[in-house]
Design a protein around this ligand. Structure first.
Ligand code: UDP
Length: 412
């Protein structure tokens, strides 16, 4: 019933030159105590979104460190995913919540999936709310259960959080991106750990490109690689504020007329609201030939995202609300000066004036873009500082180290 995700192999040794020998040695030492421990990650999907992005690297590296690690995804029908999408949104503040029948579906699918867990595990890590109810049913299947939250639960709709809290407080540990995302009611329950996510510096999306290769790819998408580029990579979602990015770009053109903008965003084919917002973004661009809007239907995959980010003179993430913002780490890691909205996980990544700038309006985003575009040395300096911050804090080996430390606190 649970589907095992097939994974490639990764070797921690390949990361030594990027994260330093000290961290790799610390990982080996922690892993020595955990040799052969059986770890199961459970998530709702293996495609799209931050959770799968992280697990495709974390799980192979955990294996390389000597733990017998697996990743399995739960099964459900459309009715279950409709309910969990509503749950996801309402936990982040949307007033719409699940009907009584949808809660029954939630419980039903959690029970069916929980009963299909095979084998005994040292640790089961459940990612996000969709499978959170499995522990109750399958408690005996693991020595310890950890709930990993990837979303912001600081201002939830009261009804769904009241349903979720009794489930998650029973876990032996819970892990959150930031302290402010932990809802009231978790106090005193299990170990609450704050661990931000991370990116894989060796994945196709983040591996080092020769500058010529990045421009070669961007050129094929109609970007003039001899002119400056501002780029935002993100879903077409109001909280990512692509309209605000267009407004900022228009102000920049007054001082830097040769500037171009690229908005790169993935789209789910079954998300009508997303398409509507995408259409409004195109209308807002008003046929400006220097505003380039791409989505995955234009064949923009990991390599293309890498190329656009690497080619940017200014990387933008002008969100008005943001869980963590992996795109910010991705841009910083590529040494790009990055301008981000002063919300959610972005200030954790960009210290204002180091790595880039934090902004709260299109005007500020424009002003900071102009400063960077008219002073290449400033851009280089910010880029270098941002890359170092990404290296120290937001690459997967650090995340692996944190997981091993947490396992060490459990009586496995
Ligand atoms: N992404 C992508 N293609 C796109 C848009 C986004 O691959 O067209 C990736 C992006 O590179 C990042 C992830 O999707 O790895 C988005 O994560 P983030 O935390 O920035 O935002 P979320 O979409 O989870 O709110």
């Amino acid at each position: 019933m649970l589907q095992e995700v097939a994974l490639g192999t990764k070797s921690l040794a390949d990361y030594t030159h990027l994260v330093g020998r000290g961290l790799v040695e610390e990982i080996r030492e922690l892993a020595g105590e955990l040799e052969g421990k059986r770890v199961l990650h459970i998530s709702a999907t293996a495609f799209g979104g931050g959770v799968s992005e992280i697990l495709y690297t974390l799980v192979p590296l955990m294996r390389d460190a000597g733990l017998d690690t697996h990743w399995q995804v739960i099964m459900g029908r459309e009715e279950f995913y409709n309910a969990t999408k509503l749950l996801h949104n309402s936990l982040q503040g949307d007033p719409a919540t699940l009907t009584a029948e949808q809660w029954e579906l939630y419980d039903h699918y959690n029970e069916v999936n929980a009963k299909s867990i095979e084998d005994e595990w040292d640790v089961i890590i459940v990612h996000d709310p969709q499978p959170a109810g499995m522990r109750r049913i399958a408690e005996d299947q693991a020595k310890a259960w950890i709930w990993r939250c990837h979303i912001d639960l600081s201002e939830p709709n009261p009804e769904p959080i009241a349903r979720l809290l009794p489930l998650i407080t029973e876990y032996d540990m819970s892990v959150w991106h930031m302290q402010q995302y932990v809802p009231a009611g978790m106090d005193g329950h299990g170990g609450v750990h704050i661990v931000p996510p991370a990116i894989d510096p060796l994945s196709p999306k983040n591996m080092a490109f020769a500058p010529d290769d990045a421009s070669f790819v961007c050129d094929q998408f109609g970007i003039d690689v001899d002119r400056p580029l501002i780029c935002q990579v993100s879903r077409f979602d109001p909280w990512k504020d692509p309209m605000g990015v267009i407004d900022a770009y228009r102000i920049v053109t007054e001082e830097v007329p040769e500037v171009q903008l690229a908005l790169v965003g993935s789209m789910a084919t079954d998300d009508p609201e997303g398409w509507e917002f995408f259409q409004s973004t195109i209308q807002h661009a008003d046929s400006d030939p220097d505003i380039n809007i791409f989505n995955n239907l234009n064949n923009v995959g990991a390599i293309e995202v890498n190329a656009f980010q690497s080619q940017s003179d200014v990387a933008m993430q002008k969100s008005t609300r943001e869980g963590f913002g992996l795109t910010v780490t991705e841009a910083l890691w590529k040494g790009r000066p990055t301008i981000g909205g002063d919300v959610g996980g972005i200030p954790l990544q960009i210290v204002d004036g180091e790595g880039g700038f934090l902004v709260s309006s299109p005007e500020q985003a424009a002003q900071r873009s102009i400063e960077i575009l008219t002073d290449p040395e400033l851009g280089r300096k910010l880029g270098r500082a941002g890359k170092e911050r990404a290296r120290e804090r937001f690459l997967t080996p650090r995340l692996l180290r944190d997981w091993l430390r947490m396992f060490g606190e459990l009586d496995l």
